[in-house]
Ligand binder design. Structure first.
Ligand code: F6P
Length: 536
């Protein structure tokens, strides 16, 4: 592998200063040749430095890293999450009918289907008003969870708002009492269903919020447990909350938290949009799974998204990547992707225990367009650091009569990637200043501020419309890009040991925050802050 990285670095050196616009001038078919298409979606990676030779080298890198072999191991249920000794089978949650997937010698699919059928029974009952609260039909559902037990369903619910025709869904994640307080403030216990979503059922934020919700419910209804649902891979712990077994939805340890929206953790999504549309959501992801397994590397969307990522981050050294959905309903997608990408690939140790010599994954951030344009795009266009951008845009919105809004959205999205690539040289800036009546030193100075270096890379994911199926495809696309990047870096994308130390320290500090003795050996800064906060 190290010779491949050296080759790529040499290629980067050879391309230093080369303009992306020159690549278009040299190849009139570049846009088509550097776009991966699949089922109504187009991933255009032509506005990057990639050329045929570079693409071939990156594909070679993926092949030598064993992406194809690891991919088949994952789909087949091999224990590829070696640091936790588990299979990685979120793809089983959306696998088509008739498929058999074995792990530990047993087919997992019958259980997956049974659980989904139980979810459908509950959600259809709630939607039809036949499964009721102690004060009538359920009008509101509160999902209490954090990380993967929150971000996936919260993001998907927001994304699919035009398809909501069930009870309203709310999400509480933060242990900050403000979150649950403000959410419950507008709700009626007798007609509210609380979903406690936690794979482990031990996460302190979720358990604290669940206890608060339980007390809120108990103050008004005779049997609070009857209006609770639990989603966990630990059914025993869920039962301790007085939740009836038929209201407990289990999932296996081979589903990682950040990959769990496809199963019971997606219950709130199913309640909001209905079981049939939830099937469409799963179907979209399953179609992306098939594409990932079958398409040639150059036409393979997850593969090419990953390889442009590797090029920008590991080879060119761009430290961050911006995700810019020109789709307001994808406002939570950057947060969702932060967990998916940074919890998966934010690692410093290779699978074999050796320290990595280059960072495995970039900082991922972003916000929906056009809002970001009026906030941080200044830096993206003129800051000294290069931020590779990933734009997303639908051909059509859902809002009848507001097509003119959508046309402006599209124009802005396209203009941004165009401006990043083209930039504006000093001559053009001078011309502008001359036209504005400036002369001499003043003209030169003002023109300098209006120069854009250009040659800044971006990819654009275009799709017809944000339907449940399309959303399923987009999420699966990103899951697989993370997988490919992780294999290339030789890391385990499916553990998250890096979150443990902070949790342990918070547990150790909690008694001192509550007034008990300050732990011995604590550092001066923490001790002083603790003192200040206890006095406040
Ligand atoms: O602390 C990180 C994490 O373990 C995530 O990986 C997970 O999605 C989240 O906490 C919530 O965990 P749980 O679903 O077990 O409450």
């Amino acid at each position: 592998m190290s010779d491949m990285w050296q080759t790529l670095e040499r290629m980067r050196g050879a391309r230093e200063g080369r303009d992306i616009t020159d690549l278009f001038a040299r190849d009139p078919d570049r846009a088509e040749g550097f776009t991966a298409r699949f089922d109504g979606m187009a991933l255009d990676y032509s506005k990057t430095q990639l050329d045929g030779e570079l693409r071939a080298a990156l594909i070679d890198l993926a092949q030598r890293a064993g992406v194809a072999e690891r991919r088949e191991e994952m789909f087949a249920g091999a224990p590829i999450n070696r640091t936790e000794g588990r299979a990685v089978l979120h793809t089983a949650l959306r696998a088509p009918d008739g498929v058999r997937i074995e792990t530990d010698g047993a087919d997992v699919m019958p259980q997956v289907r049974r659980t989904r059928a139980r979810m459908a029974e509950l959600s259809e009952g709630l939607r039809a008003g036949t499964v009721r609260g102690q004060g009538g039909a359920i009008t509101d559902v509160v999902n209490i969870g954090i990380g993967g037990s929150d971000l996936g369903p919260a993001m998907a619910c927001a994304a699919l708002e035009p398809y909501h025709d069930g009870p309203r869904c709310h999400f509480v994640s933060n242990v900050d009492g403000a979150h649950i307080h403000d959410t419950l403030a507008g709700l009626i216990p007798e007609t509210t269903l609380v979903i406690v979503a936690s794979k482990t059922f031990t996460t302190v934020e979720t358990m604290t919020n669940a206890a608060t919700a339980h007390a809120w419910m108990a103050a008004r209804v005779a049997d609070p447990g009857a209006q609770f649902v639990a989603i966990s891979s630990d059914a025993g712990r869920a039962a301790e909350w007085g939740i009836a077994p038929e209201r407990v939805f289990g999932f296996a340890d081979w589903v990682g938290g950040r990959y769990s929206v496809w199963g019971p953790i997606g219950l709130s999504v199913m309640i909001a949009i209905g079981a049939e549309r939830f099937e469409d959501f799963l179907g979209g992801a399953a179609a992306m799974d098939a594409h990932f397994r079958e398409a040639e590397p150059g036409a393979n969307m997850p593969m090419m998204l990953a390889l442009t990522g590797v090029w920008h981050h590991q080879v060119c050294g761009h430290a961050t990547r911006a995700v810019l959905p020109y789709d307001q309903r994808l406002a939570l997608l950057p947060s969702y992707l932060q967990q998916l990408e940074m919890e998966s690939n934010g690692k410093g140790t290779a699978m074999d225990g050796s320290a990595l010599t280059r960072p495995a994954g970039p900082v991922v951030w972003g916000a929906p367009g056009t809002n970001g344009q009026h906030a941080f795009y200044q830096l993206i266009h003129q800051g000294r650091q290069v931020v590779p951008c990933e734009f997303m845009i639908a051909a059509r919105g859902h809002e009848a009569g507001l097509e003119h809004h959508h046309r402006l959205l599209v124009a802005n999205c396209l203009a941004q990637s165009q401006a990043l690539m083209r930039g504006r040289g000093m001559d053009e800036a001078r011309e502008l200043m001359r036209a504005a009546g400036l002369k001499g030193a003043e003209l030169e100075q003002q023109a300098a501020h209006r120069v854009f270096t250009g040659n800044r890379p971006s990819v654009t994911l275009a799709y017809d419309r944000l339907t449940p199926r399309r959303l399923g495809q987009i999420i699966a696309l990103y899951e697989h890009r993370v997988f490919v990047e992780g294999v290339i870096m030789g890391i385990n994308s499916f553990d998250q040991w890096g979150v443990e130390l902070g949790k342990e320290m918070a547990n150790a500090l909690a008694p001192a925050v509550a007034g008990e003795a300050v732990p011995k050996g604590i550092d001066g800064s923490t001790a002083a802050l603790l003192q200040f906060l206890r006095g406040g």
